[in-house]
Design a protein around this ligand. Structure first.
Ligand code: NAP
Length: 332
């Protein structure tokens, strides 16, 4: 079989689509015939070496996948050959990545793919959906009727936050860079979609959130959080989620934070246990069944063109080129 691997960290062209032995499913693992994978910003940080994880080379890239179970290893209980599955959290902590024709995956990281969902859509929503669900529910304890703000409802995590918060009965404010993208945010469930460059942005957020006394959950997806303005827009006992910006060192207004009983919550999805992630996977499947979950695929490539896919992700996440709307999906 073939897999997209790197032999050292470096630029996107370090990825090689090469012949490798087909993996055998070990105890507790299933062998998945990969139908689709998706790119996430973290894939590019691992590949470039920007996030220094202990990697064993050659390293197969990729966290997300969807496909069909081909064989089951010893002791597996949840899946059988022929079952369609999706999952994330691979390519981390010694687990092999997903950008390959076959992947041996611990069954605790997999969820059944709903009948009406393509492998492409299941893979596109995997890491971003689990991240959004963990942030909104495990960490921020979102309640129906509360107001949520998320920057970049056109992005992978942002769109997932919009859909899951809306499905839970929250009021959702988001931002995006163009009117076309803002319209897509509204269709995904945003009650208010604003231009993040607008000079009236904060007033518009404040006015909309006034009905609930301010924003209850601020889900920050940007790598340079702006606490001075954000904290002033939160409701009493509001929760502020941080999940991006490893190098950021922003100023922090302590007084307005504590006198309003605010809470600051940081998390990385890959720290969540398989049991915690399964709660998210099942909720995402339930949202799919209810017609409330539709990942947006922006571009598709063959897996052999993984370097182009990584380059496109970087141009948007790191350089802000705005040439991508939706997830990048690859197929074998
Ligand atoms: N902690 C975790 O577990 C975790 C998990 C997943 C991702 N992340 C991190 O979260 C971040 C977002 O990931 P993603 O996959 O959602 O990225 P993405 O798909 O590239 O989305 C980025 C979003 O940011 C928006 N944006 C760009 N400039 C903006 C600005 N000045 N103000 C407000 N929004 C702006 C973009 O909007 P337009 O396209 O409309 O310009 C787009 O919607 C990344 O840094 C990633 O590494 C962390």
């Amino acid at each position: 079989m073939k897999a997209a691997r790197i032999h050292s960290t470096g630029d996107p062209e370090t990825i090689v689509w090469e012949e490798v032995p087909q993996p055998e499913p070990g105890p507790g693992q299933v062998l998945v015939k990969v139908g689709a994978v998706a790119v996430n910003p973290i894939d590019t940080y691992i590949r470039s070496g920007a996030v220094a994880l202990p990697l064993e080379f050659p390293y197969t890239i990729g966290c997300d996948l969807a496909g069909t179970v081909e064989a089951c290893g010893e002791g597996t209980k949840r899946f059988q050959p022929g079952d369609r599955v999706w999952g994330s959290n691979q390519g981390l902590f010694g687990r092999t990545g997903t950008f390959a024709e076959y992947a041996a995956v611990g069954e605790e990281w997999l969820y059944p793919t709903p009948e009406n969902q393509s492998d492409e859509a299941a893979a596109a929503g995997a890491l971003v959906g689990i991240t959004a669900h963990l942030g909104l529910f495990l960490h921020a304890g979102l309640q129906p009727g509360e107001t949520v703000f998320v920057n970049g409802g056109s992005g992978g995590v942002g769109r997932s936050v919009v859909q899951l918060a809306h499905a839970h009965g929250a009021r959702v404010i988001t931002t995006a860079g163009t009117e076309e993208k803002r319209e897509q945010c509204r269709q995904a469930g945003a009650d208010l979609a604003l231009d993040y460059r607008s000079s009236t942005l904060d007033d518009d957020i404040r006015n909309f959130a006034a009905e609930t006394g301010g924003v209850q959950v601020w889900f920050e997806t940007q790598r340079e959080p702006t606490f001075d303005r954000t904290i002033g827009l939160l409701a009493r006992r509001g929760r502020l989620i941080l999940m991006a910006g490893r190098a950021a060192r922003p100023e922090f207004p302590v007084g307005p934070f504590y006198v309003n009983d605010l809470r600051l919550l940081g998390f990385a999805m890959f720290n969540a246990t398989p049991e915690e992630q399964r709660v998210c996977g099942e909720a995402i499947n339930a949202a799919t069944a209810a017609g409330q979950w539709e990942p947006h695929i922006g571009q598709t490539f063959p897996l052999s063109e993984a370097p182009r896919a990584h380059r496109l992700q970087e141009e948007n996440t790191l350089e802000g080129q705005g040439t991508l709307t939706g997830k990048i999906v690859l197929t074998p």
